[in-house]
Design a protein around this ligand. Structure first.
Ligand code: PHB
Length: 387
């Protein structure tokens, strides 16, 4: 072979290689900012698992772009949240933020996302402000607002004829807003919240407050706790002898992902949430089988929310052909979409929060069994949002 021919072949090879790399879009960097330690650690893991399950089902790509992950443990600590999210944006150059579980952390993320225009999908935290006063075109939620399950349970408890309720929760946005949603519907239905009790997050010293509940003798108790704190609260409530005398109702986080640890102390509890075990739909059944196979455990609401965060990202990215700078088109696609969730199909409100059925569930053995739909297509009012 002549020298010239060799040069030509080499040049052609270089051209082909650069043409191929020009065609393959850059990987999409997804920053997972979730708790991997502390009372919400298992919630963060379930969200990551669900997210990765959907991406794997799509062959590792969304909107034509291969997905690459960067992870940070936010420890459910709002005081570290701004630094953590800035690192993801400035040091790691993520294209999309996924996080978090804790409402205080999510509000810090929302502020930075709004200031920098970075796309954010919240896969759990219910802080009403995220799709209310702090809302933005580039901030979405695949989960719920704290108001939603609380409001649905307020209607249920009022309809049961209870008149006098004590509430107990962690003193931070999620607890406060869950109680506020409950109270709004319960008092509209003729009941009265006679006492609002709380402990600081993530404190689990409940004894003094349980004694106070026993002395107050309400018709029922409404609560928001989740993760490790929910396990301890349900066990302590039963241990104090209250389960027999004063019915306990909660936002469904009280018994989701926690039943193995709560055992019989959770049996019979009624909660409201946008998911239940054994919904029995083909969509949910195939999701649950695939999740159990991949992760050797049963999925919970957090796994579903992670899965749906990835679905929402996929819908938006498909509409903008992988170009995250096209924010209006991305949002437009989500507002028109019906998300085919294991929880049942849901839509996205103009405030970027799911409009979804809230189920009434009852703990039976190790499952949150579906009792019925407590509130059909419940939409958060998006108070304070100007979009
Ligand atoms: C929240 O902080 O918004 C939060 C945390 C855990 C849950 C639900 C809501 O299970």
């Amino acid at each position: 072979m002549t020298k010239i021919r060799l040069h030509l072949i080499a040049a052609a090879a270089v051209l082909c290689a650069s043409a191929a790399s020009a065609q393959a879009p850059a990987k999409l960097k997804v920053g997972l900012m979730l708790p991997y330690t502390g009372t919400y650690a298992s919630l963060g893991t379930a969200i990551e698992n669900g997210f990765k399950q959907y991406v794997a089902e799509q062959g590792g790509k969304l909107g034509g772009r291969e997905i690459e992950f960067v992870k940070v443990d936010d420890e459910s600590d709002p005081s570290k949240a701004t630094d953590n999210v800035n690192k993801l944006i400035k040091r790691d150059n993520v294209d999309v933020l996924i996080g978090s579980v804790h409402s205080g952390v999510a509000m810090a993320m929302a502020k930075v996302a709004k200031d920098t225009g970075t796309l954010l999908i919240v896969p759990n935290a219910g802080a009403d402000a995220v799709t209310g006063a702090m809302c933005a075109q580039n901030i979405f939620r695949s989960s719920f607002s704290n108001w939603q399950p609380g409001y649905a349970m307020g209607e249920v408890v009022a309809k049961k004829g209870h008149k006098k309720v004590v509430t107990i929760t962690w003193k931070y946005a999620a607890g406060d807003e869950s109680v506020r949603g409950f109270k709004e519907a319960f008092e509209k239905g003729g009941g009265k919240v006679v006492k609002e009790l709380s402990v600081p997050f993530p404190n689990v010293e409940f004894q003094a407050l349980l004694t106070e509940i026993a002395a107050t003798r309400p018709d029922a108790v409404y609560t928001f706790f989740a993760g490790g704190g929910a396990v301890k609260f349900v066990k302590d409530y039963a241990g104090a002898g209250l389960k027999k005398s004063i019915p306990l109702y909660g936002a469904g986080f009280l018994t989701d992902g926690t039943l193995e640890a709560q055992g019989l102390d959770a049996d019979g509890l009624l909660t409201t949430l946008h998911y239940a075990d054994a919904l029995g739909t083909p969509r949910d059944t195939s999701f649950r089988l695939a999740y159990a196979k991949a992760y050797k455990q049963q999925p919970d609401v957090y796994a579903v929310q992670g899965y749906d965060a990835a679905q929402m990202l996929g819908v938006g990215l498909a509409a903008v052909k992988g170009d995250t700078s096209k924010k209006a088109e991305f949002a437009d696609a989500l507002h028109k979409a019906k998300i085919d969730s294991p929880r049942g199909p849901f839509t996205i409100s103009r405030f970027n929060n799911p409009v979804q059925d809230i189920y009434l569930r009852q703990v039976t053995g190790k499952e949150n069994k579906l009792v019925g739909v407590a509130s059909k297509a419940l939409a958060d009012p998006g108070r304070g949002c100007r979009l």
